[in-house]
Ligand binder design. Structure first.
Ligand code: SAM
Ligand code: SF4
Length: 443
């Protein structure tokens, strides 16, 4: 009988991609996926360490698993992802229920770890070995059959922003070989992908040398452009410093690259950007914005903001608000600074919590208003939507427009995997609602 694995994924798209690849791998040693968390032989927590009480959340989660399996045979408990990397063998010492601790650059070892598993021997694998990992996964087919698929092209980071744990948990920057990526993209398209989102912690820093040619993310986009069945290309998350002209030019040469740029700035104050070690100024960001808008005025921008970074004064915060007057950001994220163990900012004096909360509320109100404004501007218009799936137990379809906004409308399953025109009738902050339009031209 097949053994069952339950995988719970926290955090970003990269973790989602990783969880799928872990599953692709362990399928070959007899595991099948279960959606029932109380019925697994192997229970994998794929963790995120970017903010909040990441470590405590994991132990809390394990407490829940212990309760679920109190009267049953214990599953092999695997903690994977960035918390596993940051905490390594400490986790095995603190929580004997854990059997295997597996860092993000060691996933290629999972088959052997599970095959040779013994209750008597706990295992910890947290080496940074991206080359071997991707060589291993290159031989294992990516079975993702989603209309909108993720494809990791780059991992890790060498930029060391003072607030960020990524360089410590994902390791140094590594770009996968160009041909390996294109081969995987071909498989995804063969499996039904209509949209591919290229992933990396610093995706636009992608740089690979082969036969004395330099490959950048623009080369990947240009190659994907030629895939007939593929209709949409996206990438995330990028850094302003790596927004080079070859990538900017793709917004004029490519018909498939979506006019939506997620480009985190973090703060609108140069003083705070410098304290954060961001390596760019507000002006650099505005230049990129102008270049892209000159190419295509339709492009929408999204960003990440960290509020209450140590040393942030009221004046700094006002600079951020002023910056928000210059660009109407949509689909954006804002977070209160969260000290991450091991980073340079970890031990700095944090600002008053109530002040930070108030600032967060102020900025979120502005960002939400932008979203409402954008969504309202789509009402009574036709938008192009890539249909991704049917909503649970409803006769309604779900898809996304070019700017990544959710769109819900009536229709049958035959539309899944197609780009359709939807007449938007109403909207709220998060979603557009409408009807499929067959005869009108898309806006
Ligand atoms: N590489 C991207 C960049 O440089 O802009 C960001 C990737 S990071 C994984 C995702 C987002 O998490 C960041 O843009 C930042 O806003 C947020 N973040 C990272 N560390 C944080 C911290 N210590 N506290 C609060 N937010 C944080
Ligand atoms: Fe983290 Fe991005 Fe800075 Fe790298 S560039 S340290 S991933 S915030």
């Amino acid at each position: 009988m097949k053994k069952k694995v339950f995988i719970k994924t926290f955090g970003c798209q990269m973790n989602e991609y990783d969880s799928n690849r872990i599953y692709d791998s362990i399928k070959n040693i007899g595991y099948s996926k279960t959606e029932e968390q109380s019925n697994a032989d192997c229970y994998i927590l794929n963790t995120c360490h970017i903010r909040d009480k990441a470590k405590e959340k994991v132990y809390h989660e394990i407490g829940r698993v212990k309760k679920i399996y109190k009267q049953k045979k214990k599953p092999i408990m695997v903690v994977a992802g960035c918390v596993a990397q940051a905490e390594n063998e400490e986790m095995l010492n603190r929580e004997p229920y854990i059997d295997i601790v597996l860092g993000p650059q060691s996933y290629h070892k999972i088959n052997n770890l599970l095959k040779n598993f013994s209750v008597k021997k706990k295992e910890e694998e947290t080496e940074f070995d991206s080359v071997s990992k991707f060589k291993f996964f290159d031989k294992i087919e990516n079975k993702n059959n989603k209309v909108s698929a993720y494809l990791t092209i780059q991992e890790g980071c060498d930029k060391f922003c003072h607030f960020c744990v990524v360089p410590y948990t994902r390791g140094p920057e590594y770009s996968r070989p160009f041909n390996q990526i294109i081969k995987e993209a071909e498989k995804l398209v063969k499996n039904g992908a209509i949209e591919i989102t290229l992933l990396g912690q610093n995706v636009n820093a992608y740089q690979h040398y082969e036969n004395s040619k330099e490959y950048r993310i623009s080369d990947i986009i240009n190659k994907l452009e030629k895939f007939e069945e593929l209709e949409r290309i996206r990438y995330t998350t990028s850094h302003p410093k790596d927004m080079t002209d070859d990538l900017i030019d793709c917004y004029s040469s490519s018909k498939k690259l979506m006019p939506f740029v997620h480009l985190p700035i973090q703060s609108g104050s140069d003083r705070i950007l410098s304290l954060m070690n961001r390596k760019h100024k507000v002006e650099d960001y505005l230049k990129i914005y102008s270049k892209l808008k000159n190419i295509n005025s339709e492009i929408e921008f999204s960003s990440d903001f960290i509020i209450g970074y140590p040393g942030e004064t009221e004046d700094d915060f006002q600079e951020t608000l002023k910056f928000l007057e210059k660009i109407r950001f949509v689909n954006s994220f804002s977070f209160i600074f969260s000290p991450r163990p091991g980073t340079k900012a970890a031990n700095l004096d944090i600002i008053n919590k109530n002040v930070a909360k108030e600032r967060l509320i102020t900025i979120q109100k502005k960002l939400f208003n932008n979203q409402i404004e954008l969504n309202r501007s789509m009402e009574n218009k036709i938008v192009e939507v890539l249909v991704e799936n049917r909503l649970n137990k409803q006769n309604k379809l779900f898809g996304r427009n070019k700017f990544l906004s959710s769109v819900i409308f009536e229709g049958n399953e035959s539309y899944i995997g197609k780009v359709v025109k939807v007449n938007v009738e109403s909207s709220n902050q998060n979603t557009l609602f409408g009807k499929i339009e067959n005869n009108m031209k898309a806006a």
